[in-house]
Design a protein around this ligand. Structure first.
Ligand SMILES: [Cu+2]
Length: 66
């Protein structure tokens, strides 16, 4: 069972951002379980933390530890 990573992405401000972050994570972590919540700015995914953080940064957002 893969570990679930939880991050805060405060510069994710609308549903377009949610879509961009979700797509970036899907591409970086094929087969991962991914949940992005706009209201809480929380991003959860299974798999490699560093890869997920890099994907979020490359998409133009700032992942922070919860
Ligand atoms: Cu947005």
């Amino acid at each position: 069972m893969a570990e679930t990573i939880e991050l805060t992405v405060n510069d994710m401000t609308c549903n377009h951002c949610v879509g961009t972050v979700t797509k970036a994570l899907q591409e970086a972590l094929p087969g991962a379980s991914i949940a992005v919540d706009l209201a809480s700015h929380k991003v959860r995914f299974t798999g490699d933390r560093a890869k997920g953080e890099a994907a979020i940064r490359e998409a133009g957002y700032t992942p922070e530890a919860v």
